[in-house]
Design a protein. Structure first.
Length: 66
């Protein structure tokens, strides 16, 4: 199963409502349990990257050496 890493930064709107962070986080966790739901609240910027195991990385590097 693939692993992903997400970096999250507050937007200006998120900073203005920072006191609601824990309540929003609880709501996000509940929503994340449902498959296929896309949440766009405008409070954070996210960047998601694929993480690779050592074996996966060795395979990728081997392919680039050819």
């Amino acid at each position: 199963m693939a692993t992903f890493i997400t970096t999250i930064r507050f937007t200006q709107q998120g900073m203005a409502n920072i006191q609601d962070t824990c309540r929003r986080a609880t709501a996000v966790k509940a929503a994340a349990r449902k498959l296929g739901v896309k949440i766009t609240k405008g409070n954070v910027h996210t960047q998601t990257s694929r993480a690779f195991t050592m074996a996966e990385m060795e395979k990728i590097l081997a392919a680039t050496a050819k």
